[in-house]
Design a protein around this ligand. Structure first.
Ligand code: CMP
Length: 140
């Protein structure tokens, strides 16, 4: 398996409940390394652009409001098969369907306030990483 990088976002529901460290521990315990990390407030323009693929979905407006409603932690995770590994660590989008031990099962409030985002493919990971980080901000 190849060493990959993936984009992760710790969402406002999790930063509000002071869960950044517990979520980061899940990544590190599973063997992923946090090779870039920044706590920011997303602008409406940034959130709309980041989630543009969902702009026709009924939940788009709520998603943008939620993602701009508090701090997020954007981060790059690195490790073997990192895209798929992170999706396993996060669990299903809807916490009601997430496996025990996953971040969303343990911490998410509902399908919108689901604590974390992770890239869904290597191709999207490259685009999403470049959305937030320049190469010299990522230290492997
Ligand atoms: P994320 O992995 O960040 O990608 C898109 C987000 O949209 C998703 O996590 C959820 O937070 C949100 N989302 C997906 N489906 C729904 C839904 N049916 N209702 C509300 N929010 C959703």
């Amino acid at each position: 398996m190849a060493i990959e990088r993936t984009l992760s976002i710790i969402k406002p529901d999790a930063t509000r409940r002071n869960l950044t460290g517990k979520i980061n521990a899940k990544f590190e315990e599973a063997g992923l390394r946090i090779v870039a990390q920044r706590r920011i407030l997303l602008s409406r323009e940034q959130a709309e652009a980041f989630y543009a693929v969902h702009k026709e979905r009924p939940f788009f407006g709520g998603l943008v409001s939620f993602m701009t409603g508090g701090p997020v932690v954007v981060q790059v995770l690195e490790g073997e098969d990192a895209v798929a590994a992170n999706r396993r660590i996060m669990g299903a989008t809807n916490p009601a369907n997430a496996e025990p031990g996953t971040i969303r099962r343990e911490f998410a409030e509902d399908i919108e306030a689901n604590s974390v985002h992770g890239s869904d493919s290597a191709e999207n990971a490259a685009t999403e990483i470049a959305f937030f980080f320049t190469p010299n901000e990522i230290v492997g």
